[in-house]
Design a protein around this ligand. Structure first.
Ligand code: GAR
Length: 191
């Protein structure tokens, strides 16, 4: 069986989509893969309660309790590696990762980003897409490399930017596509 660990910082709607897809599509039987644990850098991440209700193991590694990115990433790696993961999925995990962390999980670390990479890496992607006058926006699933929000693209979804869109309206349209493409990309990776 291949273990999957999901990292979140907030609501965890992508985590929910991944766990539901794993259940509905019987990843354990079909792909010999299962979501085993959810790890967060924030104790107040609301997705943690839902994960616990699903019987998943949850862990919190507070970034505020570590003096440097390297120390935080080392603690995070220790917790993740208890699960001997075949795959680590960043799902709204809002921390910049060190090259040491990325190197440790090379080839088994994926991320979802709410823009059509390589456009708009970083934060505030929806506001920036609206301000730039983009007619389309979207989301990208990619393999993680040391450079932030770069790395080979595994899946993308495109949505229209409508004339009166607020960043929140665009974010909601993109997020519903994220919930579709992230599980699809993970299945393709596992096959
Ligand atoms: C998602 O839109 C995800 O793409 C984004 O945070 C949101 C998390 O939502 N990730 C990033 O911006 C990472 N750079 P969720 O917690 O409901 O899945």
């Amino acid at each position: 069986m291949r273990n999957i660990v999901i990292l979140i910082s907030g609501g965890g709607s992508n985590m929910t989509a991944l766990v539901r897809a794993a259940q509905a599509e019987r990843w354990a039987e079909r792909l010999q893969a299962r979501v085993t644990a959810v790890v967060s850098n924030r104790a107040d991440a609301s997705g943690l309660a839902w994960a616990r209700e699903q019987g998943l193991q949850t862990d919190v590694v507070p970034h505020t309790e570590h003096p440097s990115r390297e120390a935080f990433d080392a603690a995070l790696m220790q917790v993740i590696d208890r699960h001997q993961p075949a795959l680590v999925l960043l799902a709204g995990f809002m921390r910049i990762l060190t090259p040491g962390f990325v190197g440790h999980y090379e080839g088994r670390l994926l991320n979802i980003h709410p823009s059509l990479l390589p456009a708009f890496p970083g934060l505030h992607t929806h506001r920036r897409a609206i301000e730039a006058g983009c007619r389309v926006a979207g989301a990208t699933v990619h393999a993680v490399t040391p450079e932030l929000d770069h790395g080979p693209v595994l899946a993308q979804a495109v949505v229209p930017v409508l004339a009166q869109d607020t960043p929140e309206q665009l974010a909601a349209r993109v997020l519903s596509q994220e919930h579709r493409i992230y599980p699809q990309a993970v299945v393709a990776w596992l096959q």
